[in-house]
Every structure is written in C-alpha cells, then in structure tokens.
Design a protein around this ligand. Structure first.
Ligand SMILES: *[C@@H]1O[C@H](CO)[C@@H](O)[C@H](O)[C@H]1NC(C)=O
Length: 312
C-alpha cells in the first residue's frame, strides 16, 4: 500500500496505477516500490501533459484573454464552459483545440472546442466540455472556475474540417468515443452552418451526407445528445447519427430508446459507409481510434481521407 500513498497526490491515470498495484505481489521492498511508483507518476505526467504531447503540432501565434460567461453540468463528469474571447485576431477551424492557460496554475490544459466557428464570428464565444480528471486544469474547471473567471487561450491542432467554397462535396463519417465528441460536434455544427448558408445563398460549399457514430459509457455520459438530435431533425436528408452506450446499467428512458443502441459501434456499421469519396474523422480513446483507423486502412480507404485525434 506504500504505492497507493504515493499515488494519491500524483497525476496518475488508471493504466499506470494498475502497473504499480501489480508490482506489489512480486516481493518488491517498500523502498523500491516507492521509486517505481514515483517513476510511474513521472511517466504518466509526461504522457498526459498536453504541451509535451503536442509540442510539434501547429499553433497560432495569438494568445487571447477570455472570460467565462457560462458554466453548466453537461453530464455527471463533464462541465461545459462558454468563453467570451477578447482578441479579434483569435479564430479557429472546426475540430481544433485550445491551449488553456489559467492564472496561478502552472500546468496548461488542452481542450477541443465543441462550438462552431460561426458562434465565434457572430458572438465572440467558444464552448468547451471538460471531463473531470485528476489533472490541474480539469480540477480548476470543476472546482474553482466561476462566472467571470479569466483565462488565456491559444488555438492549435491539425485535426479539422475546413472545406473551401469551390471544393467538391464530400460525405463525412464522424466516429466519436466519450469526450472525443467535442471536436466532432464542432465539425458537425460547422457542416450544418455551411449547409444553411448554401441553402440560403445557393452558393458556397455544398455539404455532403454526414453520419455520426458516437459511443459513450451510458446515456448520461452521451454528451450533447439533444443538440445532436436537433441537427438530425433539422436536416434529416443530410445528417444521421447512431448513438451507442457500452456500460448502461439502468433502463434507457422511452424518449431516448428510439435513438440509442446498447453495445459498441461495429465494424459492419463502418463498412456500410465506406466509399472512396468519404472523409473519416475519428476522435476517442487511443485504442478505439487505432482500431477504427486500422479497419479503414484495411478497407482501402486512402490514408489522406482518415483523420484522427487521440485524447488521454
Ligand atoms: C452513468 O455513469 C455515471 C458515472 O459512473 C453515473 O454517475 C451515472 O449515474 C450513470 N448514468 C446512468 C443513466 O446510468
């Protein structure tokens, strides 16, 4: 149990924690265990550190001040934030994330934007949805952040959907696991905005068909379900979704039952949507992301049509 004592103040995640606990029966002395767990802590800090993981990823230069103007519970473990962005030069593409600088907190957060670029253009607002984790930026958002809290933001990331007006229309398949929905919701909202614009003006990018495959633990952790279903109902000819729950322990309420499948997203579902012209965007836990991107490659989808982002 020396291990547990060291682990509590650390930034450990489940996987490294398991390594430490498995080390105990091997007859290691408390001192060695202590060192082992400390190196676990350091490894896991390194692994979960957003700035280090994304050190080689493109970022914008602008660092903008932003003020929290709404905080709400999106699920039992996820807080949704709305931020008013001060700098007019701040812009992003649907799917990108922000470096999230908090005064007095030395660790920088990395969170995908879930709102559309249009909300920023019109109201200077962005939205984030942040899962509880034992990591300083997430702890600050869940325990200390209030209305009018001030932070600073910088946009980065190479996972985005940004078609130009003359680009050929393409179908999209968006595959999300857990909080991986964030950048994909931004992409879905952006595609819907482009479609509205095209319908109003008769020009601009013509959105293809979009299918969202989204899996979460249970119905309360299926984030933004109402926003997603509203888009499906607004554009039934363009947008479709399959919502999945993998660890549901209660009855699914009758209003949701129609839209939600118990069990994972299957390979067959994915195969039904494969074509040479389709673009695939995958965001979820590393194992899920690897699984589906390998499936797609094995089905002869060109690599440049498969975009993925992993979140720890
Ligand atoms: C889903 O799981 C979370 C976290 O374990 C729990 O708090 C919540 O009550 C569950 N919701 C449902 C509908 O089962």
């Amino acid at each position: 149990m020396a291990c547990a004592a060291v682990l509590i103040p650390g930034l450990l995640r489940g996987s490294s924690g398991t390594v430490c606990f498995q080390a105990a029966p091997l007859g290691l002395t408390p001192r060695v265990l202590r060192c082992l767990s400390l190196s676990c802590v350091m490894r896991s800090q390194r692994k979960s550190d957003h700035l280090e993981r994304t050190a080689n990823v493109v970022r914008q230069e602008v660092v903008s001040a932003a003020k929290v103007c709404a905080v709400a519970n999106e699920s039992p473990s996820v807080k949704r934030l709305r931020l008013l962005v001060a700098d007019k030069e701040f812009s992003f593409k649907a799917g990108q994330w922000v470096d999230f600088f908090i005064p007095g907190v030395s660790v920088v957060g990395g969170f995908s934007i879930c709102s559309s670029p249009k909300l920023l253009e019109q109201e200077r607002m962005i939205e984030l949805a942040v899962k509880y984790a034992n990591h300083p930026p997430s702890l600050w958002i869940h325990n200390q952040c209030t209305l009018d809290s001030e932070v600073a933001l910088r946009v980065g990331g190479e996972f985005y959907f940004d078609p130009q007006p003359t680009d050929a229309s393409r179908n999209l398949v968006l595959i999300a696991g857990g909080v991986g929905i964030n950048p994909l919701l931004s992409i879905l909202r952006h595609a819907a905005d482009l479609h509205r614009e095209h319908a109003n003006k008769g020009s601009g990018y013509e959105t293809g068909r979009i299918r969202l495959l989204y899996s979460a633990k249970n119905t309360s952790e299926l984030l933004f379900k109402q926003n997603i279903l509203d888009l499906v109902n607004e554009f039934p000819e363009k947008i479709a979704c399959s919502l999945h729950v993998t660890k549901q322990t209660t009855q699914i309420s009758s209003d949701l039952k129609l839209y939600i499948t118990e069990g994972r997203i299957t390979e067959k579902q994915l195969r039904d949507h494969i074509s040479k012209e389709t673009l695939f965007y995958i965001c979820g836990p590393p194992l899920m992301t690897d699984f589906f991107s390998k499936q797609l490659e094995a089905s002869q989808v060109p690599r440049e049509h498969i975009c993925f982002e992993k979140w720890w």
